[in-house]
Design a protein around this ligand. Sequence first.
Ligand SMILES: NC(=O)c1ccc[n+]([C@@H]2O[C@H](COP(=O)([O-])OP(=O)(O)OC[C@H]3O[C@@H](n4cnc5c(N)ncnc54)[C@H](O)[C@@H]3O)[C@@H](O)[C@H]2O)c1
Length: 482
Amino acid sequence: MAFERVGVVGLGTMGAGIAEVFARAGLRVIGVEADAEALARGRGHVERSTGRAVDRGKLNERERAEILGRITLTTSRDDLSDADLVVEAIPEILDYKVALFKDLDRICKPETVLATNTSSLSVTAVATATGRPGRVVGMHFFNPAPVMRLVEVVGTVVTAPDVVSGIADLSARLGKTCVAVGDRAGFVVNRLLLPYLNHAAVLLDLGVAGRDDIDAAMALGAGLPMGPFALLDLIGLDTAYEVMCVLFDETRDRRHAPSPLLRELVTAGLLGRKTGRGFHGEETAHRERDRAEFITFGVEGDDAGPIVEQLLRAGFKTSDEPDVVLRLADRPVIEHAVRLPTPSAMVGVHLVGDRVAEVASTALTSPAAVAAARDLMKVIGRTPVPCKDRAGFVVDALLYPYLNDAVRMHDSGYASIADIDAAMRLGCGYPAGPFEMLESIGLRRVRDGLRALYAEYREPSFAPAPLLDHLVTAGLSAFPRP
Ligand SMILES: NC(=O)c1ccc[n+]([C@@H]2O[C@H](COP(=O)([O-])OP(=O)(O)OC[C@H]3O[C@@H](n4cnc5c(N)ncnc54)[C@H](O)[C@@H]3O)[C@@H](O)[C@H]2O)c1
């Protein structure tokens, strides 16, 4: 399947980048916008983006001129009659897309492949609006398109197999890694990413931990490129809300219902970076907190030795009746607290990676004990993440259901382990895919953590995926790969 002339409809955030990607790979591009003003904006996007590439030494002026020379801009869809492929990147509204595809079906030659860049709408619904459903696919690029290396190619039940393979080959020619999947809401990346982001908003709403603490926990503790609220602000809260609605419509999974906090912020017009304020943007005044002048400490739990040593070396003292008892745990500590003569002194401490310590206060913990625990964690070089004494605290509560979702996705036959890992690494910039993370944390640990989450929240989808459970029961430490 030869693709030499490619149309791109809608030259906004995504379309302009997609046009640039095609032109960089040597294809001729016809960019279509709604009106002259939008066309000028689209031209500006491409000129600025390629200009930045020159500044960074990625392109020279001649290459830039060649790329721009390959892109023709127009406001007339009729100019697409000769295109081999048309990629649509207009707003995420099904009625708009259906109307556009009907029109493209009329204008383009019968063999032209029509592709949608939709993030969450049904590709099948768009395809069946045309007289050529076999030649319609999803071609889902990531933002910014010239930089992100992933393309999800979405075939429907009626897409011709050679169209999917043709678009997959084209993606490789564009320098992208392609993951070919079926038409399910959210495909791979959004289906796994958005529920995790939504869950973070739910935990914030429940008061399990604060905004900056959750962001720090996931960035520094779980090693993700940024925390969930920073990422939601980047994606746009309205977009995230819409995708959650589409996921919920398809799955009816309560976890896919947009968090009420997300809805409130969207209704208030606080959409994230595009409006200057979302979850971030207005700094809340820092509360004055109790500071312990002199701290005596105790440490309980497995592996207490190294922390005791570090704190003694830093000049802190142990005592029979310490100001704070640090209970090392990855589960709630209230049952240990109630056995102490002074339960108010106990704080749960969960060490996450090398840089974070979650500091969990129970219903009985005193503010002074929390303050002391926070200070002591800083002394041993860790960022304290204050949180409530809940199953999974912050990191495990957010990470494990995401990993579980990936296992269920694979087990359902939707995508392979290699494709899911590649999609999350390349589409989100994660340091590792979910299966790589699962295997490095340990299958048993994740399975047991999920059981604890399920026992506490009674959320059906927190129950360990049967495949994960079976692998642990069989004593395996890795997922079988073909
Ligand atoms: N923004 C992202 O991060 C992202 C990532 C992946 C996929 N997507 C998907 O890409 C699509 C576009 O999103 P975006 O963020 O680029 O939107 P955008 O609002 O930045 O751009 C949409 C563009 O389409 C133009 N347009 C509207 N109606 C048109 C028409 N009838 N004909 C021609 N042009 C028209 C608008 O003028 C605008 O320039 C959506 O389906 C979205 O879900 C977005």
